[in-house]
Design a protein around this ligand. Structure first.
Ligand code: ATP
Ligand code: MG
Length: 255
């Protein structure tokens, strides 16, 4: 069963002005099956965040279709999109996007509060997540009182507490040191093993080597679609390095 189907997506910024228009995505198609952990790689400016924002219904494509959790996102009215996002999607960003005025527990509760969930259910939901993410003793602290790696674990807790159909992450390890990055990727692997579908944009070959599949974007198109299959993490890493050298070189014959 696919959670996400992206069909012939094209995105042009400033289409009305020939001098300033940017074709960020030319023609992108792919599907994500339930339970997959997909990484999207590509050079800076290749359109990764643009693609994620379209899937997240934060922006609209110029043409093409995005079918998410069985619904075509372009049929959604603006006023229904916030709710759709809240119910179906979880988000993790490079800069954590936590509110410093709320303690960590209330940051995690935020999407549930917006959905009018009662307090008892919020408590029941947070307990196993806090245990899994090893943030139990951080819940009463505020974001500014914890480390970057800890902040990102709080942000992941907030993203998954609604049981989203799809977890979207844009450079989730971008602001983390190597140890915290490892920890975060371990968590992504673990929640993926328990069934969470993940779509993660990353520059990091190390991060991408944890995914079950890696899509490379180049010149507004999917250039390469690599499945990890039986490869170990190290083998996948090596394959990714070779693929990137190939892509930079522009050739195609590199199996
Ligand atoms: N709001 C916008 N208006 C006009 N052009 C934009 C806008 N957002 C992005 N672009 C352009 O679209 C292209 C793709 O940008 P995007 O941010 O999606 O790239 P990216 O792959 O996420 O890059 P990075 O790895 O640096 O984050 C770039 O040329 C960028 O300058
Ligand atoms: Mg980006």
């Amino acid at each position: 069963m696919n959670i996400l189907k992206v069909k012939n997506i094209r995105k042009v910024y400033n289409p009305e002005n020939k001098n300033t228009q940017v074709v960020a995505l030319e023609d992108i198609s792919f599907e994500v099956e339930k339970g997959e952990f997909v990484a999207i790689m590509g050079e800076s400016g290749s359109g990764k965040s643009t693609l994620l924002n379209l899937i997240a219904t934060l922006d609209s494509q110029t043409s093409g279709d995005i079918i998410l959790a069985g619904e075509n996102t372009k049929d959604k009215k603006d006023k229904d999109k916030a709710r759709f996002r809240r119910e179906k999607l979880g988000f993790v960003y490079q800069d954590f996007s936590l509110l410093n005025s709320l303690n960590n527990r209330d940051n995690i509760f935020l999407p549930l509060v917006l959905a009018n969930t009662n307090y008892q259910e919020m408590e029941e939901r947070i307990a196993p997540i806090a245990r899994k993410l090893k943030i139990e003793n951080l819940l009463d602290k505020f974001p500014y009182q914890v480390s970057g790696g800890q902040k990102q674990r709080i942000a992941v807790a907030r993203a998954i507490i609604t049981n989203p159909q799809l977890l979207l992450a844009d450079e989730p390890t971008g602001a983390l040191d190597s140890n915290s990055s490892m920890e975060l990727l371990n968590i992504f692997e673990e929640i993926n093993k328990s069934g969470q579908t993940i779509l993660m944009v990353t520059h990091s070959t190390m991060a991408a080597s944890r995914a079950s599949r890696v899509l490379f974007i180049k010149d507004g198109k999917i250039f390469y679609d690599l499945y990890k299959g039986d490869m170990t993490r190290d083998e996948m890493y090596e394959k990714l390095v070779k693929s990137q050298m190939m892509i930079l070189g522009g050739g195609k014959d590199f199996e």
